[in-house]
Ligand binder design. Sequence first.
Ligand code: G3D
Ligand code: MG
Length: 182
Amino acid sequence: MHEGLLAILRKLRSNPDKELRLLLLGLDNAGKTTILKSLASEDITQVTPTQGFNIKSVQSEGFKLNVWDIGGARKIRPYWRNYFENTDVLIYVVDSADIKRLEETGQELSELLLEEKLRGVPLLVYANKQDLGHAVTAAEIAEGLGLHNIKDRDWQIQSCIAIEGKGVKEGLEWACKNIKRK
Ligand code: G3D
Ligand code: MG
């Protein structure tokens, strides 16, 4: 039987008493909802869609995940900051087959990395949709996003195929190892 990734995460976690907070962000269509589903499987206890903002808060024993589409709607951006507090890991999802929007997604990521409340928070980038023939490699995504210029936090790029659950777990393992002790 498929074990939910949150169950796996629960075992990897170094400090089981502390709630782990994950932010899962990216442009629309990147694959966030697909990753969310593979994370959660059976053990989601609560999904709260926030009226009008399209932010999903998912809570499971010991975990809190906040998920939304970035890009567009600049006027609601200040509201996002409410969800940045105490984030342990920022997970950024990129559609590796959507070269047209690589620059846009890179721009959005750069803005996020400037957020004071996300300062020093480890960054995991999923180069998703690696099954598609025209997808570019994780290394090319890293290059396109300028990840090698990031000096103020740990970061990792992980290729994945969210619809098949491939690579998702490996990314989370990195994330768990890189959570800062507060
Ligand atoms: P979002 O929540 O970031 O907006 P979704 O993205 O998770 O809703 O995914 C957007 C579309 O991409 C979905 O297709 C989904 O099935 C598809 N997708 C997600 N991950 C992968 C992947 O690894 N490979 C491929 N080929 N497709 C993927 P639909 O057709 O349902 O809109
Ligand atoms: Mg979605």
